[in-house]
Ligand binder design. Structure first.
Ligand SMILES: Cc1cc2nc3c(=O)[nH]c(=O)nc-3n(C[C@H](O)[C@H](O)[C@H](O)COP(=O)(O)OP(=O)(O)OC[C@H]3O[C@@H](n4cnc5c(N)ncnc54)[C@H](O)[C@@H]3O)c2cc1C
Ligand code: SF4
Ligand code: SF4
Ligand code: SF4
Length: 435
């Protein structure tokens, strides 16, 4: 789920805020024609450049219809598989409107069938990839935090970036499936199983039911009642996946292409190659993004990041006074299942990990070395995805605890985990410097 995903792209303020720049009293508001999304004609593959910004869509009608915004991502993935640029694609296999599992496929029809945005899905492709990585070439769509996990694994020699191709999806946030089911029933007054599609437009979460009706609620109002995005998403610091090969999303798509095109920025040579392949292979069409479109994308991203910074302060400043006893209290209900470690995207250790090796089951968990080691170990690698909190059966707000340790180190060093290939700070410490 994302706050202003389809916000009026000219950088509309978030829902609930008055528009800036009111016309002077007595004068009718000036009517400006809306800025166009694109300039020029359809591009050829040879026009595509690293750093280029484009608006694109699928040539297949059914993919345009099912796709999150025009089906470009699906078509690039399908073209890559069809033309042998990769052996497999990770697709999402839906089990309901709210849930899906990642599946590896070599069948291009599976790729077409997985078009669409699942705003309630936190699928953890990082850990999934590790099972296959290095045996095959794989393409997949990722959220920014997914890609951050993949890059952190790459730094620890666990995932070979040369073998994967990633399309990053902008991400304003996700929502837990159980929560959206509850909200659908209690706030929207709709049976969750009757929902056939969800969309985010102008700060509203819109549910479409099987009878074709649309039901809309303001995301800000949902979040006031803690019925909105996961806590981590509300202070997440990367909303555009510029750490992937192609960074895609609908921010910057102006009204003329709203819902019909995806804004794509080419981040790497590999990204350029895969987009060219999709164009020249007849899978996708692309035009140059106009300057206002690119500006609008940057502006909405800026608004989202400001909102994140504010939320981060609201959550973490009060925690400055937290003591060791407070930590122990938070952890007292831990049952030692280890799920928080298993799910953690940047955690590169196997079963012989330090946190488990030094942990003695005779310790009570609230002071176990398992947690203490993990808090320290994750300081320079936590990507803030929040999945540890999501899976904890004891409902411990783990991500807050990890971030309480990670924020000062990462902020001080201006080190945004998973955004580049910089050596993790702890790897750079040399023993002679410590003495
Ligand atoms: C959780 C989420 C939040 C988003 N928030 C924003 C936003 O705030 N602003 C914005 O500009 N754009 C956002 N997007 C991106 C946007 O919705 C479209 O995905 C993007 O514009 C590409 O559209 P498309 O039609 O080309 O993609 P499609 O052709 O529909 O392809 C999308 C691909 O992503 C896969 N996918 C769907 N859901 C997920 C998921 N949860 N995790 C990983 N892969 C997934 C699909 O299986 C498919 O392969 C978000 C997407 C997601 C999934
Ligand atoms: S942590 Fe960031 S990238 Fe990940 S789901 Fe939340 S908002 Fe999206
Ligand atoms: S510690 Fe939690 S929030 Fe941090 S990367 Fe691991 S699972 Fe994500
Ligand atoms: S997921 Fe929760 S209960 Fe399980 S080990 Fe981690 S903190 Fe303990």
């Amino acid at each position: 789920m994302s706050a202003p995903e389809n916000a009026a792209p000219a950088g509309a303020p978030p829902a609930g805020k008055p528009p800036e720049g009111k016309p002077p009293e007595g004068k009718p508001p000036e009517k400006k024609p809306p800025a166009p999304s694109t300039v020029g004609d359809l591009l050829k593959g040879s026009d595509i450049k690293v750093g280029g910004k484009y608006i694109g869509w699928s040539v297949r009608e059914e993919v345009r219809k099912e796709g999150g915004s025009g089906g470009l991502v699906t078509s690039v993935l399908a073209g890559a598989l069809d033309k042998g640029l990769v052996e497999h694609v990770v697709v999402l296999k839906k089990s309901s409107q709210y849930e899906a599992v990642p599946v590896l496929t070599s069948n291009v029809e599976d790729v077409y069938a997985s078009a669409g945005s699942m705003h309630m899905l936190i699928s953890n492709p990082t850990k999934y990839l590790r099972q296959f990585q290095n045996d095959a070439t794989i393409a997949l769509a990722v959220k920014p935090c997914d890609m951050r996990g993949i890059r952190e694994q790459h730094k620890r020699n666990m995932i070979d970036l040369d073998k994967i191709f990633t399309i990053g999806l902008n991400c304003g946030g996700t929502m837990m499936p159980y929560k959206i089911r509850k909200v659908t029933e209690e706030v929207y007054g709709v049976n969750p199983d009757d929902v056939r599609a969800e969309e985010i437009e102008k700060g509203k979460l819109i549910l479409e039911t099987v009878d074709g009706e649309h039901h809309a609620e303001s995301i800000d109002e949902l979040e006031e009642e803690d019925n909105g995005r996961r806590e981590n998403c509300r202070y997440c610091v990367v909303k555009i996946a510029t750490n992937s090969d192609l960074a895609c999303g609908n921010w910057g798509v102006m009204p003329d292409y709203a819902g019909k095109g995806t804004f794509v920025e080419v981040m790497t040579e590999k990204g350029a190659e895969f987009l060219k392949n999709a164009i020249d292979g007849g899978y996708a069409e692309v035009k140059e993004a106009s300057e206002p479109a690119a500006e609008a994308r940057g502006k909405v991203n800026g608004i989202m990041l400001k909102m994140s910074a504010k939320t981060k302060e609201e959550i973490f400043v009060p925690l400055h006074s937290q003591t060791f006893d407070d930590f122990k209290k938070e952890l007292v209900n831990c049952i030692g299942c280890g799920a928080c470690k298993t799910v953690c995207p940047p955690c590169a250790c196997g079963t012989e990990a330090k946190c488990t090796a030094f942990n003695d089951p005779a310790d009570s968990y609230d002071i176990s070395l398992f947690h203490m080691i993990r808090f320290l170990h994750l300081m320079d690698s936590c990507v803030g995805c929040g999945q540890c909190s999501d899976v904890c059966p004891a409902d411990i707000p783990l991500a807050r605890l990890y971030r309480k340790f990670a924020n000062p180190l990462q902020d001080e060093l201006n080190y945004v985990t998973g955004m580049d290939d910089r050596t993790p700070p702890f790897f750079e410490i040399k023993l002679e410097e410590v003495h």
